[in-house]
Design a binder for this molecule. Structure first.
Ligand code: C5P
Length: 222
């Protein structure tokens, strides 16, 4: 294969999604949002009435939902059992429950398997930008380009609140920090800077500047 894998990890709201989509569009790569897959799993658990704070209950049902990711960076999609859940996975209820669901090892094993299949398929072509928390460390440790994106929590909260249409900035900052804490503290595949990753603090840059920087890094290894 000749395709490239660009692994992008980082904290919640650091601009990962917009950056990754921008880079993938510019370079003609596929785009995989693994956070959307954890959100889809969480949405399904909530739909089924599974107690998301009971790891054994979550583990027992983790093999059931059929999760399908569309990897076009111009319009990524996510389906569960054939339903388009693109909007449903962004509700406060899902956002508030996704980190505990993501700590369950059986959930991670299942989704990592799906993610590796998407990567393998994309490597038949030009390649893929993969976004998450454990991409450079666990999902694709062999990726030739690894990034670790962070941003100042207050700046992240302002951005996210603006995206969500003027929701309470302090509440958004609290929610982002809470997710970062669980994501960084969990036993299995915690959010961490992968070996060989380039750390980029996006706080002072515009989206366009960050995309330019990352495109430059990818072109340098090709
Ligand atoms: O990226 P996004 O904010 O949509 O991710 C939602 C949640 O999914 C994260 O807070 C984290 O708990 C989980 N996640 C994960 N591993 C990934 C991607 C996301 O645990 N690779």
């Amino acid at each position: 294969t000749t395709g490239i894998v660009v692994a992008v990890d980082g904290t919640s709201g650091s601009g990962k999604s917009s950056t990754c989509r921008g880079v993938a569009v510019r370079l003609g790569l596929r785009y995989l949002d693994t956070g959307a897959m954890y959100r889809a799993m969480t949405w399904w658990m909530l739909e089924q009435g599974v107690d998301v704070h009971d790891p054994a209950a979550v583990a027992a049902r983790s093999g059931e939902p059929v999760i399908d990711s569309g990897t076009d960076p111009a319009g990524p999609t996510i389906h569960v059992d054939g339903h388009d859940v693109g909007a449903a996975i962004r509700t406060e209820q899902v956002t508030g429950s996704v980190s505990p669901v993501s700590t369950v090892p059986e959930v991670r094993t299942r989704l990592v398997e799906l993610q590796r299949a998407e990567i393998a398929a994309a490597l038949e072509g030009a390649g893929i930008v993969v976004e998450g928390r454990d991409i450079g460390s666990v999902v694709a440790p062999e990726a030739p380009v690894k990034l670790y994106l962070t941003a100042d929590p207050a700046a992240r909260a302002r951005r996210r609140a603006a995206e969500e249409g003027g929701t309470d900035v302090a509440a958004v900052e609290k929610s982002l920090r809470g997710r970062d804490e669980i994501d960084s503290g969990r036993a299995v595949s915690p959010l961490t800077m992968a070996e060989g990753a380039v750390h980029l603090d996006t706080t002072p840059y515009t989206l366009e500047e960050v995309v330019d920087l990352v495109v430059g890094l990818v072109e340098a290894v090709e």
